[in-house]
Design a protein around this ligand. Structure first.
Ligand code: TNX
Length: 542
């Protein structure tokens, strides 16, 4: 078993200092000096990086046309498809993003009514080969034309447009950009994702994160076209989701966390708010109830379901593997049925994650029997099951997703038709330390610098893996050592954008040197957005 026994206390002063570092300055245009009417000082032009771009994930196809750029101005209007509310809301999102920093009105009109000249038009239609999430964007001096088959594609096109604009557009007030000329380089982009599942996981069980903190994390994911947020809602140290038919789970099980803090939980309204917020950013919430192990908190609430394997008491340490539901007790399945039914009702997404990792208190036969049964509960609820790679010991089917984290073989999962979410701990566990000096995080899977997290191909990770049997890639962030959002961000940034690029961009378009240069340009944006990050030494940060 890996050693994650020590819960430690850290000083966050250094991290907070980074979060407060000043943003890159943009000089406002100098006012014309008296007697200088003939040659007024030109307004400063702020452009994105040209000719090389800094877009992450790098688009499948991008061509600079060589023409003059588009200029965002007080006259710019946004055209949207008013017949599709999700498509229209992407226009609202874009306007809300650009209005504060530019001070422009950016009125929204039906796309047929805005002039092509001088406007940003978001339309549905175009080439079906773009799929549900792809888009085409043409930028010229005359206007910006963004086309997608579905609203998600428009949203991803907007994220690309955002990154083609200077970082100062992220400000929430019109200071740095006042009187500046804001341009977007003339470019044609045709883009679509490599994988359907582009995930991040947040462990809200070891340390609880509030709804507002989760929303802030979601905003960081959206910038990089991540479309799944997997919430690890239960573990030995805490149960974090209200289950109305089983109130003891939270009354008893939510009140502490690693290190003994107060813990917490999401009411069903809180959870619905997270789902809604994520959805508005085209992110699906995948809730995880980790079973049958990692269940100490639930077993303290329902001690009769523990088979007496351990005297249940609330746990604030970081050992793993010791707890399990009693697999021969019918009450276990009644409880799990109640939990998964309520969770399914609250969750519009297709997936329920049933955990399944690190069970040391059961035989293989007991484990497989249990997982097979819970898998059936999920299927009966009309959902698809996801589980950590150990679940491939049980009976699965072609709807199952198996999340590879440590396993050296996925053969059992593939034989049953399941697809793989690739999350190797040695590459994409965002809680692994960057190097031996990183104060936060763990190191049981090794030290993971920015290059290690980026420079690998999921389709080559194991012999059995191929483009076709991979559902996607996910970056888990376990929170044993992460007591607040700045700490979580410090571990996620800058590695998370790299994982997003692995999941989105064609393998042939990716290379470390190019990525490294693009990544450097993202720091000014993070500083303005208040995203804490690690100044990795292998990047020449701006
Ligand atoms: C392993 S990966 C775990 C978690 C820990 C994590 C810490 C997995 C499915 N289980 O319980 O939090 O390592 O890195």
């Amino acid at each position: 078993m890996h050693d994650i026994r020590r819960a430690r206390t850290y000083s966050f002063a250094a991290l907070l200092f980074l979060a407060c570092a000043p943003a890159a300055r943009v000089e406002p245009a100098a006012p014309p000096s008296p007697g200088d009417e003939a040659a007024p000082a030109p307004a400063e032009t702020i452009t994105a990086e040209a000719p090389a771009h800094a877009i992450i994930p790098t688009p499948a196809q991008l061509d600079f046309t060589g023409g003059p750029p588009f200029t965002l101005s007080a006259e710019t209007a946004i055209g949207v498809e008013t017949t599709d509310s999700a498509a229209a809301s992407v226009g609202e999102y874009l306007a809300a993003l650009l209005r504060p920093s530019t001070g422009f009105n950016l009125p929204i009109h039906p796309v047929a009514e805005v002039p092509a000249q001088g406007s940003i038009r978001l339309r549905l239609g175009g080439d079906a080969s773009l799929g549900e999430e792809g888009y085409r964007m043409e930028v010229s001096a005359g206007g910006i034309e963004l086309t997608a088959a579905a609203p998600a594609g428009l949203f991803y096109g907007v994220q690309t447009l955002r990154q083609l604009l200077p970082p100062e557009i992220e400000h929430d007030y019109n200071g740095p950009l006042r009187d500046a000329t804001i341009t977007v380089p003339a470019v044609t982009i045709v883009d679509r994702p490599r994988f359907a599942w582009r995930g991040a996981m947040l462990d809200v069980a070891r340390h609880f994160f509030t709804v507002d903190e989760v929303k802030e994390y979601i905003d960081g994911l959206a910038l990089y076209k991540i479309n799944v947020l997997h919430l690890h809602l239960s573990d030995d140290q805490g149960w974090r989701i209200e289950i109305r038919s089983r109130p003891r789970l939270t009354e008893v099980g939510s009140v502490t966390q690693v290190g003994g803090g107060p813990g917490g939980f999401y009411t069903q309204e809180d959870y619905a708010e997270i789902v809604r917020y994520a959805r508005s950013r085209f992110i699906t919430i995948v809730p995880e109830i980790d079973l049958p192990g990692h269940t100490n908190a639930a077993l303290v609430a329902y001690p009769e379901l523990s088979c007496g394997t351990r005297p249940p008491a609330l746990y604030t340490g970081t050992d793993v593997g010791f707890s399990t539901f009693c697999v021969d007790n019918p009450g276990t399945y009644e409880l799990i049925g109640d939990v998964l039914r309520e969770l399914a009702q609250l969750t519009p997404g297709d997936y329920l994650h049933i955990g399944g990792d690190e069970v040391e208190a059961l035989t293989d036969e007991e484990y497989a029997r249990f997982v097979g049964r819970v898998h059936q509960v999920v299927t009966d609820l009309g959902k698809r099951a996801v589980g950590w790679d150990e679940i491939s010991k049980a009976r699965l089917d072609s709807t199952t997703l198996v999340q590879l984290w440590a396993g050296k073989s996925v053969a059992n999962a593939l034989r049953q038709g399941a697809k793989i979410v690739v999350s190797p701990a040695s590459r994409v566990y965002l809680d692994m330390k960057y190097d031996e000096h990183t104060e936060l995080g763990l190191s049981w899977a090794g030290l993971t610098d920015v290059r290690e997290a980026y420079d690998w191909d999921p389709a080559n990770f194991l012999d059995e893996l191929s483009e076709e049997n991979i559902a996607g890639v996910e970056a888990p962030l376990w929170a044993e050592t992460l007591r607040n959002l700045p700490s979580a961000q410090y571990m996620a940034f800058p590695r998370l954008p790299g994982v997003a690029e692995i999941a989105w961009s064609p393998q042939a378009k990716r290379n470390w040197e190019d990525y490294r240069a693009r990544l450097a340009a993202h720091a000014p944006r993070w500083r303005i957005l208040g995203i804490n990050y690690y100044r990795a030494p292998e990047i020449d940060w701006r």
